[in-house]
Design a protein around this ligand. Structure first.
Ligand code: ZN
Length: 142
């Protein structure tokens, strides 16, 4: 996965309302790759469904202490998932789940989000969800 095109970055910022999906900060915004960029990168350009608007600090924390929470909320997607649009995304500011579709996001119920996540990840999704809900600091207790 390489850097997004200017257009894709723009589409993702517009879709997410020009603010960090996680904390609502509006500056400095970054394009977060939902799927980790592989070693040495790749020539494949990320589509909008593979990107998320995050501030620089949240982007960093998704790769560090908030990894489980990021997976549980669809902010991060396992690299082996071929279609990142199959993993729903939680927007904390709206307390709502969305599925990403092209350059749009479509609101879905928590039940549908649960089904989508389980269809992709199975039990692992449930474990991440449990950590996200009950881990005092969002990190779980492993
Ligand atoms: Zn943020």
């Amino acid at each position: 996965m390489s850097a997004p095109t200017k257009q894709t970055r723009q589409d993702v910022y517009v879709r997410d309302g020009y603010r960090c999906v996680m904390c609502c900060a509006t500056d400095p915004l970054t394009f977060q790759h939902r799927r980790a960029v592989g070693m040495g990168g790749s020539k494949i350009l990320p589509p909008p469904v593979d990107g998320l608007t995050l501030c620089a600090s949240c982007n960093q924390r998704c790769e560090a202490d908030l990894q489980d929470a990021a997976l549980a909320h669809g902010w991060k997607v396992r690299r082996w998932v071929r279609s990142p649009e199959r993993v729903p995304v939680f927007f904390p500011a709206e307390l709502a789940w969305y599925r990403l579709e092209g350059t749009r996001r479509v609101r879905i119920s928590a039940a549908v989000a649960m089904e989508m996540g389980c269809a992709v990840y199975g039990d692992e999704w449930m474990r991440w969800r449990a950590h996200a809900l009950f881990g005092a600091d969002g990190r779980g207790t492993r």
